[in-house]
Write a new protein. Structure first.
Length: 300
């Protein structure tokens, strides 16, 4: 049951972030300012709560710095992804950003002591094949290797580094304190970037403000409190690959709300993608399961 809680939290977090591409497609606010308000509104809601309830604990200097770095990495990832999706197709930006499991595996293999298991690589290959079917193989022949392409790839790299650094930070910081510090760093960092880029901080429609609120509450607070809890108890390679599941949910939401078509290939691709994710959770024997239950102690 204990092992089920992180998985349920991860599933809930994935569900919450799956609506984000739908909201971005509406283009009711500029990409950078959207990223800023996503962090700022979330911070304004979280900060009073942790202070009033006295649940905020100032981390040790080393881990405080890691949490700040996480905030900057995550803010950069969201900002870059927003810009990429508004200057290319949402499909291209989403696919390239979701290559993060590959970067997590490579970085873990090259730089970290804990190496990804064989089933991670098998699951990654299967999941990426499913992702390719989901978006259509013709899509790859039409890739536009422009600035938006590079930004989307950069977003995936930033995302993967964030997951690895947050794993280290969360080994010594509770989730609420980590989120508070990282959100504060994200908000200040994006405020500076938006001022430098002359982004408008006001003048949006009522619907635009409502979408910004939903992004902050659902896509940021609810999603990343859940995903951070999962990251604290699971391998970052497994978390990163599981996050690919958002592509399936986003496609279903786009079908319902944006009237985008779903083909047989997309359904099959989605099932293959989910199979790839499931493979990474496969354990050969009880000893492996014991290791999984104690992944919180793995030095990542």
């Amino acid at each position: 049951m204990t092992n089920a809680k992180p998985r349920l939290a991860l599933a809930f977090g994935i569900l919450c972030i799956s609506i984000f591409p739908i909201l971005v497609k509406l283009k009711l606010t500029p990409g950078l300012i959207s990223a800023f308000y996503r962090m700022a509104i979330a911070l304004m809601l979280l900060l009073p709560y942790v202070l009033i309830t006295k649940k905020f604990k100032l981390p040790q200097k080393k881990y405080l710095l890691l949490a700040v770095i996480c905030g900057i990495l995550f803010a950069s990832d969201v900002a870059v992804w927003n810009v990429a999706i508004q200057h290319s197709s949402a499909t291209q930006a989403s696919l390239l950003t979701n290559l993060s499991p590959l970067w997590v595996g490579i970085i873990s293999y090259v730089f970290l002591k804990t190496k990804p298991a064989t089933n991670f690589w098998i699951g990654t290959i299967v999941a990426l094949f499913g992702m390719a079917m989901l978006v259509g193989f013709q899509f790859f022949l039409e890739l536009d290797f422009d600035t938006a392409f590079l930004l989307a790839v950069l977003s995936g790299v930033l995302y993967s580094i964030y997951l690895l650094v947050s794993k280290k930070a969360l080994s010594q910081i509770d989730v609420l304190s980590f989120m508070t510090v990282s959100l504060l760093a994200s908000t200040l960092y994006l405020a500076i970037v938006c001022i430098f880029m002359n982004e408008p901080f006001s003048g949006f429609s009522d619907l635009g403000w409502f979408v910004l609120l939903i992004q902050a509450v659902v896509c940021q607070l609810m999603a990343w409190l859940s995903i951070s809890f999962a990251t604290q108890h699971m391998r970052p390679t497994r978390v990163s690959l599981s996050l690919l599941g958002q592509a399936v949910i986003t496609s279903l939401l786009a079908w319902v709300f944006l009237d985008e078509k779903i083909s047989l290939n997309m359904i099959i691709g989605g099932l293959i993608l989910l199979l790839g994710i499931r493979i990474t959770f496969y354990t050969k024997n009880p000893f492996d399961k014991k290791i999984v239950k104690n992944t919180k102690n793995i030095p990542l």
